[in-house]
Design a protein around this ligand. Structure first.
Ligand SMILES: [Zn+2]
Ligand SMILES: [Zn+2]
Length: 125
């Protein structure tokens, strides 16, 4: 296995459903077993994986980007205040709009933004 392939595999294997790290959180995790893992390599591959649909980038205004493994029908809700990300499991809520049927779809993403229960409590006080 080439070094590049190996590094890509190490990155993807670090992900599982429910894990939505920032790049720096992921780097810390990778360096536990690969102390010399390069930050530049990680950032380059994160960009590549987002381009080819293996990973999904979750961006919220004022928050550091987070990354999630792309596992099909798996959506996210993001708290715009504390940056918490949670999984939503639901079937396609778009109910096949006619326009979609004209395309072959490779993947899709859907993210909801708002305030988590904890931040709603804090906002009330
Ligand atoms: Zn919150
Ligand atoms: Zn997720």
């Amino acid at each position: 296995m080439s070094r590049v392939t190996e590094q890509r595999q190490i990155i993807l294997e670090a992900f599982k459903k429910g894990y939505h790290p920032t790049a720096e959180e992921l780097l810390r995790k990778l360096r536990v077993s690969n102390p010399n893992f390069s930050r530049a390599t990680l950032y380059r591959n994160l960009a590549l994986f987002c381009e080819n649909g293996k990973l999904q980038k979750i961006s919220a205004v004022g928050q550091t980007d987070r990354y999630a493994i792309n596992t099909g029908c798996h959506y996210h809700v993001v708290c715009e205040r504390c940056g918490r990300v949670e999984d939503l499991d639901m079937f396609n809520p778009l109910q096949n709009p006619p326009k979609l049927l004209e395309y072959t779809i490779n993947y899709h993403e859907l993210t909801f933004y708002g305030l988590c229960p904890k931040c709603q409590q804090k906002a009330k006080k």
